[in-house]
Design a protein around this ligand. Structure first.
Ligand code: SF4
Length: 52
């Protein structure tokens, strides 16, 4: 898996996710976004989401 020292600084408002943190950001070290070949914003999904 690719890693680097940068903070991803992901803003996320999905407050039902266990990685959601107050202030609307993601506390996961890395996230996976799917699917390949998406053609609209709505088609993209955070695959790292886990119900809180
Ligand atoms: S894992 Fe995905 S859905 Fe969950 S807080 Fe992070 S970006 Fe949002």
């Amino acid at each position: 898996m690719h890693t680097n020292n940068q903070s991803p600084q992901v803003r996320c408002v999905v407050n039902t996710c266990k990685y959601y943190a107050t202030g609307d950001y993601c506390s996961a070290k890395a996230i996976n976004i799917e699917p390949r070949n998406a053609s609209t914003t709505e088609m993209t999904d955070c695959a790292t989401f886990e119900r809180k």
